[in-house]
Design a protein around this ligand. Structure first.
Ligand code: C5P
Length: 349
């Protein structure tokens, strides 16, 4: 490790929802061939990397502060979820693994400001990875380009390349070979999509959902799954320039949804509730359990989210509004105000 960059770097990376998710056959490692379109969402993870750690060890250190979304207000630090993270084995922390993959050692110290739920189907762990790759690249003055970061990222998690590129992007292979269809913007535009996200109070394991899909297909689909599922040119063209929320609504499709619902049927009730409250449609985000309602616009999203938040249905941890598409992982000059305050203020629990 030859540090030659700045003393402290802040980077962020987006969460995602899969607008289209088609699942094919498994490869030798048990991964499924995917054709998927990601939309990078405005709920971002922030990682601060510096060189305040002691020399002599292999493992970068990490501190994770977990925040809770609140509709229309700044997120609040959750002492309970922060405590859960502090008990995790650092070697299994995706940010630590990303810093190591970049050649970082115990001199590298990471602080992850975490908003995207764990095991929520929104690529929270992959966003931590992507932000860390970008931060450590800068901190150590490595100068790796985006394609090299993507190559490292896909060894850490299938959604990491999507969090690196952002925008609306097509993922093929394991969902980790990217083509950007539409760039993300730093501020919402008239045609940005607005989502109401309902976070569950417990995670759902991605391998378990893929396994449930395989079982469902064995029982109901006699032919073998495609080795390379596809998305039609017409769909791709529409996703390059979506021209209304209604058009986007008609494109949404998630082949993991029935599998996620077979494990957690209560998610359907939440989705149908979102539509009854004003969303155009709903879907499970990736492998779930986050339920995403597509709203006709910002005001409707805020109204619906506030209503669901005030009802606090059983099994719901938090409700949030997000928009997309936003840019992928990037260097930031400052932390957002909610992450910059002293830990201990604004505790949710
Ligand atoms: O790569 P990542 O850690 O995000 O994937 C988690 C798990 O999800 C994998 O171990 C695999 O069981 C499943 N998966 C899959 N096919 C993919 C991506 C993930 O089966 N394309």
């Amino acid at each position: 490790m030859n540090p030659s960059g700045p003393a402290r770097v802040i980077a962020s990376a987006p969460s995602k929802v899969n607008l289209i998710l088609r699942v094919g056959a498994t490869d030798e490692q048990g991964y499924h061939a995917l054709a998927t379109v990601f939309e990078a969402l405005s709920i971002r993870e922030f990682v601060v990397a510096d060189l305040s750690g002691e020399a002599g060890g292999e493992l970068p250190s990490v501190r994770t502060l977990v925040y809770e979304e609140q509709v229309g207000e700044e997120p609040r630090l959750s002492s309970r979820l922060t405590r859960v993270f502090s008990e995790l084995d650092p070697e299994s922390h995706l940010a630590v693994r990303a810093a190591r993959a970049m050649g970082g050692d115990s001199r590298v110290s990471l602080t992850v400001h975490k908003l995207v739920p764990i095991a929520g189907g929104m690529a929270g762990g992959s966003a931590d990875c992507a932000a860390t790759l970008v931060a450590v690249n800068e901190l150590l003055g490595l100068g790796f380009d985006l394609s090299r970061l993507q190559a490292i990222g896909r060894t850490l998690g299938a959604d990491v390349p999507a969090c690196l590129v952002g925008g609306i992007s097509l993922g093929t292979g394991r969902g980790d070979t990217m083509e950007v269809l539409h760039p993300g913007t730093v501020a919402p535009r008239p045609l940005s999509s607005w989502w109401v996200l309902v976070f569950s109070d417990r995670g759902l394991s991605t391998p378990r959902v893929f396994g449930a899909l395989d079982e469902l297909r064995e029982r109901t689909v006699p032919t073998a799954s495609s080795a390379a599922p596809t998305i039609t040119q017409g769909q791709l063209n529409a996703l390059r320039e979506p021209d209304s929320p209604l058009e986007l609504r008609d494109l949404l499709e998630n082949e993991l949804q029935d599998a996620a619902l077979s494990i957690r049927p209560e998610l359907r009730v939440i989705g149908e509730h979102l539509v009854a409250m004003g969303c155009l449609t709903w879907l499970v985000s990736g492998s779930g359990p986050t339920v995403a309602g597509l709203a006709p616009g910002k005001d409707a999203a805020l109204r619906t989210a506030r209503a669901v938040e005030s009802q606090k249905p059983e099994g719901v941890r938090a409700v949030a509004v997000a928009w997309g598409p936003v840019p992928g992982a990037m260097i930031e000059r400052t932390l957002p105000s909610w992450a910059d305050s002293m830990p201990g203020r604004n505790l949710t629990d």
